[in-house]
Design a protein around this ligand. Structure first.
Ligand SMILES: Nc1ncnc2c1ncn2[C@@H]1O[C@H](COP(=O)(O)OP(=O)(O)OP(=O)(O)O)[C@@H](O)[C@H]1O
Ligand SMILES: [Mg+2]
Length: 346
């Protein structure tokens, strides 16, 4: 079976990634990335967790009220007395003092991490942030220029300024922000805080549609992101789209052939990325699409133990809800794919 020429470069690369003969994509490197797509359950937090493990001296910031990334780092993260909300609220609610040293050392609560990395926990009260931000932004409308623009900028760059302060105080080199599936509130602030976006897309129509929505929000002057800003205000570019939950042909002797579902969505993705290449950090679509195989049992065990995929070995087993779950041989390929993504962004 021949692979469609439009996706051949990306598919062929998977073989080299699995064999360790290609290390990374030729992309410009950035310091701060936001992992984002406006759809749930596609792999944002899983990717954030595993990329954090592969980095050193990184600050991982959880801006999703569900707190899944925080939970990976600390089962009791919600008992933290300072969290990401303390980075944002003082810029929105008058009279609140600013906190410092909000980040927590990951190795203190997750023993699989031994390096110099930190995270900022989430807060379920972030569900209220969109309404709080709308009120604060509306209040600026009564101010004369240039106070209005200054007040607006202070709100929109709140998370950016606080992340930059934590990075400097802790002498950290890189930052990864996990977001919720919704734009209003913390995701909006994360877009202003980041150098570039990483967009996971699952092999389904809805996540392709969500990527399309991101292009619109980034470029439409009337969008929630753009409408408060001067037209020349910088907007983040997309470094990489990661097609998650990919599967491969199980036909005997089929080597490096994606299954039908993967082919369908990879072709759609390549077409969509090509048509919107101005939103990316280079002008070659093949540079911006990475594949990540379905983690299967490895994903379930990784989540259950808060253990990075990198530390799982084929044959590992555990019982989850009384059902035996195992790590299969494909974990070796998933590890290489994650390393490839990590090497291509930092
Ligand atoms: N290749 C893959 N990449 C990422 N996640 C995968 C992959 N294969 C399987 N999974 C599983 O898919 C699920 C993704 O859930 P995750 O919480 O990361 O999504 P999310 O986008 O953060 O969701 P939400 O929007 O609700 O925060 C996890 O159970 C993970 O183990
Ligand atoms: Mg999540």
């Amino acid at each position: 079976m021949l692979v469609d020429s439009a996706i051949k470069t990306i598919v062929d690369r998977q073989y080299d990634i699995a064999n360790g003969t290609i290390n990374s994509l030729p992309l410009p490197k950035h310091k701060k990335y936001t992992i984002c797509n406006l759809r749930g359950g596609i792999g944002k937090s899983t990717l954030s967790f595993n990329l954090t493990y592969l980095a050193n001296k990184i600050l991982a910031v959880d801006t999703c009220p569900q707190g899944n990334l925080s939970y990976f780092f600390d089962d009791n993260y919600f008992t933290s007395n300072v969290n990401v909300r303390d980075m944002i609220l003082p810029y929105i609610v008058p009279g609140l003092g600013r906190a410092t040293r909000i980040a927590h050392r990951i190795s203190a609560t997750n023993h699989f991490f031994t390096n110099e990395s930190f995270y900022v926990p989430s807060d379920e009260q972030l569900y209220l942030l969109p309404a709080q931000m709308t009120t604060a932004v509306n209040q600026t409308s009564g101010l004369p220029s240039p106070q209005r623009e200054q007040a607006l900028e202070s709100i929109l760059l709140s998370l950016k300024n606080e992340i930059d302060r934590e990075l400097a105080e802790l002498e950290l080199e890189t930052c990864l922000i996990d977001t919720s599936p919704f734009f209003s509130g913390a995701t909006h602030l994360a877009w202003h805080a980041t150098d570039a976006l990483i967009v996971p897309v699952r092999t389904d129509q809805q996540s392709i549609n969500s990527l399309n929505l991101i292009f619109k929000v980034l470029s439409d002057p009337a969008s929630e992101f753009r409408r408060h800003l001067p037209s020349d205000f910088p907007t983040p570019k997309i470094q990489m789209v990661v097609l998650t939950h990919c599967g491969w042909s199980t036909v005997r002797n089929a080597r490096n052939i994606p299954n039908q579902q993967t082919v369908i969505y990879l072709k759609m993705l390549k077409d969509l990325v090509s048509r919107n290449i101005s939103h990316f950090t280079t002008d070659d679509p093949d540079n911006h699409i990475a594949l990540l195989d379905d983690f299967l049992g490895s994903g379930r065990i990784s989540s259950a133990l808060s253990k990075p995929i990198q530390l799982l070995e084929a044959g590992d087993t555990m019982r989850i809800n009384r059902v035996k779950v195992s790590v299969n041989d494909s974990v070796a390929k998933c590890k290489k794919q994650l390393e490839f993504i990590s090497n291509s962004i930092w």
